[in-house]
Design a protein around this ligand. Structure first.
Ligand code: TA6
Length: 305
């Protein structure tokens, strides 16, 4: 089946006229374009990857690298990659893909709908028949729900279809678009313990002041359920990430050297992005008994300063 006929099939089954259109994007990757009264968005079936969210009359809330790959075997750089079932490198298996296999897999559409307020919801699925790994040979099903409206709401359900308890890490690895990361103030993590991944995962405790980004920053904040607010003075807005079902928040900016080292990221793009990731990892990996479902949700919105 050609990419465009696959897009046509999706369109006839899940499209909503004037609101939701399926098409073949770069390198034939299938994507959905959403236009609602409140906002626009874009999602790829590759990785169930939201790459764009823009409230009406505003500039985009999500950052997408101009150098991102759009390749069926590589992750997209920017938007919201889905990290599952391990975060970062897999201990003991250097050949395993960083951040797991969910962001590299082709997800299946499940449903689309438009609500009375005009917001649009999409749901996608992934199971062990679609994607798996020798290091994580479990029977599972992921369901991802995206709601595009005056907020971007994303929810990841993990169901254990097996007969044994499973353990996994996960994250909604959100790339926020900021005007100048050197000027932002991040609040919501005061007094929280974190693993400093720029210093051998040393454990530290965040002070009372809002966080400033002054160098490469890669921190896994532990045991936190709080909402994070990114105050972006140069962009004259605040970005708010609210969450549930998540005990970890990751804050990441690659700064200069790491940006230079990443082949799918521009050398000068680092000031315009900041990852505020909603997750469960390290001390807070999820343990899920057979037949049970775990749900992690993030609601992302922009707000006036
Ligand atoms: O979430 C932060 C992090 O784990 C960093 O260590 C950095 O590597 C980033 O993810 C991006 O990872 P990626 O595999 O997408 O290059």
């Amino acid at each position: 089946m050609t990419d465009s006929s696959a897009a046509q099939q999706l369109q006839s089954r899940y499209g909503i006229s004037d609101v939701l259109r399926f098409e073949a994007g770069p390198h034939g990757l299938l994507r959905a374009k959403v236009i609602t009264p409140q906002a626009q968005a874009e999602l790829y079936l590759h990785g169930a990857h939201v790459t764009h969210y823009q409230p009406r009359g505003e500039w985009p809330v999500l950052f997408l690298s101009a150098h991102s790959w759009f390749d069926a075997v590589k992750p997209i750089r920017g938007g919201v990659p889905i990290v599952f079932p391990w975060f970062g490198r897999l201990a003991g298996d250097a050949s395993a893909p960083a951040h797991g296999f969910a962001r590299l897999a082709e997800w299946r559409m499940e449903s689309t709908a438009q609500a009375a307020d005009g917001s649009v919801t999409l749901a996608l699925r992934l199971g062990e028949a679609d994607a798996t790994h020798a290091a994580w040979p479990h029977e599972y099903e992921l369901r991802y729900r995206i709601s595009v409206g005056s907020t971007l709401e994303i929810a990841l359900d993990v169901k254990n279809h097996g007969t044994r308890t499973i353990s996994f890490e996960e994250a909604l690895h959100t790339y926020l678009a900021v005007s100048d990361v050197r000027q932002v103030l991040i609040s919501g993590l005061a007094g929280t313990q974190y693993l400093d991944k720029t210093d051998g995962a040393r454990r530290r405790t965040q002070g009372t002041e809002p966080i400033r980004i002054t160098k490469e920053t890669d921190r896994v904040y532990l045991n936190t359920k709080t909402t994070c607010i990114v105050d972006d003075p140069a962009g004259d807005r605040r970005l708010v990430v609210e969450k549930s079902g998540s005990d970890v928040t990751v804050v990441w900016n690659p700064w200069i050297a790491k940006a230079h080292a990443m082949p799918d990221f521009g050398d000068t793009e680092w000031p315009r992005m900041l990852c505020i990731e909603t997750g469960n990892a390290a001390d807070h990996a999820v343990t899920l008994p057979p037949g049970r479902v775990h749900t992690m949700r993030a609601t992302i919105r922009s707000a006036p300063r």
